[in-house]
Design a protein. Sequence first.
Length: 262
Amino acid sequence: MKMNRILLSLSALLIMGCANDVKNIETRTQVIETQGKEAKVIETTVTDAPSAKVSIVEAPSIEIIDKPIDFGQERIGMTKKYIKKHYGFEVDNIEIEPKIIVLHWTADMSFDKSFKRLQPQKLFSDRKDIAKASALNVSAHFLVKRDGTIYRLMPENWMARHVIGLNYSAIGVENVGGKGNKKDDLTPAQLKANIALVRYLKEKYPTISHMIGHHEYRKMENTEFWLELDKGYRTKKSDPGDVFMSKVREAVSDLNLSGAGK
């Protein structure tokens, strides 16, 4: 399977002042550390008006590897049927407007096994807990390896089946780990990758206003985002745990993303 490797740069523009008549300009470049990585700061000063400065911060790059799961016409068709059955919408395509980021763990320590669970178009026979709701296989937009490598599995603005009630507005990020669906064992590298990915997604999709852990999804039932029509379709989740979520939230607090139920 061919994988396309791309680099995506995040940028933040901080304007600290302005001047009408710019005659003499001095530029100074320095390297700072942000989120554990180096970032370049270019500071421009108007010497005729020293208080007027413009600083451009070039944030660390995020590397994403495309590794598509099987998402052909069969899966697209099943997704449309899922949308109609569970959300009541007749749709021509499966595009979504991202508003929520949902973080998960796979409950498996193997990247290959985790990928192969998401790859087929139809649900595995051992998923009896959700099989009645649809034969559509579960999926996610991203899968993060133990070493922090980020893989994109499908288009970011297509609907994935990864969180009951919220799929139609949620981007899903799976992390390899959570042994036995109990152990909070996601790595520091995965933490850094999730932080970078959240920042990338928020910058790309300004419509994103919330970030939650999968285990928090039921707190969203009384919000505008909740669409599930089947009142009996609920599952209990523990991923990716309160500790991991609190660390990610602390690191991206400047993005002002709301949590579950807010």
